[in-house]
Design a protein around this ligand. Structure first.
Ligand SMILES: Nc1ncnc2c1ncn2[C@@H]1O[C@H](COP(=O)(O)OP(=O)(O)OP(=O)(O)O)[C@@H](O)[C@H]1O
Length: 204
């Protein structure tokens, strides 16, 4: 199913950060979001993933279809790598974690508590969760932070395989993943500052 974003305005702290954003992400396609720090990419992704409401506009096609990987790894430190993946799979009504373990080179770490992983290893575990959700639309926020170059390449291949199998992806990243995706620079959608409506005549 195509994820469709129509005339979306997204807000942080009650203030609009991006407005008038429209795009489609059809099956088989990766859309890469770019833009300077603080422009609102995370806010847009969170809104599209349904974690916060839009100020205006619509998101369609994402109902029960989206798996979201945020900045924060969000893994459970006292559970092992395998237990984390099994837990996550069960949340999504799935079983089978071996593809995720193999895909992200986690075999040697499967019985280690997640809290005892390095930053890059935690990131791989966080991303491996996408594979156990069974969800077709992957939304990822800076997924390659802490990954070494080999694992960035491996991650890009996993995303490409996902696209080849009819999945789709919406990814905010500052690096070139080498994916055959489209790029959307969100800079031009920066929201205008809100109008001043509490004019203070005392300054005249
Ligand atoms: N908790 C918060 N409350 C209010 N404003 C916030 C909060 N967190 C972030 N912001 C502001 O919201 C705006 C959008 O932030 P957001 O994290 O969406 O940007 P980003 O494009 O993802 O940035 P980066 O590339 O640095 O990750 C920024 O101006 C930021 O300062």
């Amino acid at each position: 199913m195509t994820l469709s974003i129509t005339d979306l305005t997204v807000a942080r702290g009650g203030l609009p950060v991006l407005e008038g954003v429209s795009f489609d992400v059809p099956p088989g396609v990766a859309l890469i979001l770019r833009g300077p720090n603080g422009i609102g990419k995370t806010t847009l992704l969170r809104t599209v993933a349904g974690l916060q409401p839009p100020m205006k506009g619509h998101v369609t096609g994402g109902e029960d279809q989206i798996a979201y990987a945020a900045h924060a790894d969000g893994i459970k430190p006292t559970l092992t790598v395998a237990e984390n993946l099994r837990f996550w799979a069960s949340v999504f009504g799935q079983d089978g974690i071996e593809r995720a373990i193999d895909g992200f080179n986690l075999g040697a770490l499967r019985d280690r508590p997640a809290g005892a992983l390095s930053a890059g290893q935690k990131r791989r575990l966080g991303l491996a969760r996408m594979l156990v959700t069974g969800r077709p639309i992957w939304i990822m926020d800076e997924p390659t932070v802490s990954l070494d170059t080999d694992h960035v390449r491996q991650f890009a291949q996993i995303v490409q395989d996902h696209l080849d199998q009819g999945g789709s992806a919406l990814i905010a990243t500052h690096i070139d993943l080498g994916l055959e995706g489209k790029v959307l620079n969100v800079g031009p959608f920066k929201a205008a500052p809100p109008p001043i409506d509490d004019f203070d005549g005392g300054f005249l």
